[in-house]
Design a protein. Structure first.
Length: 224
């Protein structure tokens, strides 16, 4: 609502103009909401907590793993064990994915694991790994979402952790994914907000002009 007040010698006159939101602006808001929900989101980070021990829920976590999407289309992976040095790790991928840049230890093997379930990607560290490891999954351009590294469907859980000595305890866990809007959705949102702001500014100026016009017609200025 825009209010225009003109003061005279003995009284003041107030004109209030209330204008509902434009139908075009309402349609724009509805369209933005539709497209923001319709456009796909990409997942650029996931976290896995090893909360199952030998198939049963554990009161404590055995460790955690993270996958983060790199700008070049590879995935930065990080694994931490709370239950001793890492002997083996596996994840439920579609096929045996390429892995590289291991640090600080260099695995003895980068094949998958089978323990009734089949984890098609992973690695084995007989003695070379400590309680944490970082590495890269995939080649440049392979991934637009970290979830593409999972979904093999051949394992009950997303991740498998085997601490040294590798004979007894199997820790497993599932991924929790963080999604982000696609760049196209962010551009649409920014454009829509800009149009709404411009539309509001124009309506305010038009209302002020009408106020001034009415005020001048009610209290004409004397030329004498």
């Amino acid at each position: 609502m825009t209010t225009c007040i003109r003061y005279s010698q003995s009284r003041k006159t107030s004109f209030s103009l209330a204008k509902p939101v434009s139908g075009k602006v309402t349609a724009l808001i509805a369209s933005m909401a539709f497209f923001l929900t319709a456009l796909p989101a990409h997942a650029d980070f996931l976290f896995g907590d090893f909360t199952f021990l030998n198939g049963s829920v554990s009161a404590v976590s055995g460790g955690h793993v993270t996958f983060a999407l790199n700008s070049n289309g590879t995935i930065a992976a990080s694994l931490t064990s709370f239950v001793g040095p890492i002997y083996g790790f596996g994840f439920d991928s579609v096929g045996d994915l390429p892995q590289s840049n291991f640090s600080p230890g260099l695995p003895d093997d980068t094949a998958g694991w089978t323990n009734g379930d089949l984890y098609q990607s992973g690695f084995l560290c007989v003695f070379s790994c400590g309680v944490s490891e970082t590495w890269t999954i995939g080649n440049p351009g392979d991934f637009s979402s970290v979830t593409q590294a999972l979904g093999g469907g051949t394992a009950t859980y997303d991740f498998l952790l085997i601490p040294r000595p590798g004979c007894c305890d199997l820790w497993t866990g599932n991924a929790v994914v963080t999604e982000a809007p696609e760049p196209a959705a962010l551009f649409l949102l920014a454009t829509g907000l800009g149009i709404m702001r411009l539309s509001g500014w124009r309506r305010k100026r038009q209302a002020l002009r009408r106020c001034r016009s009415r005020a001048q017609s009610t209290h004409p200025v004397s030329t004498y």
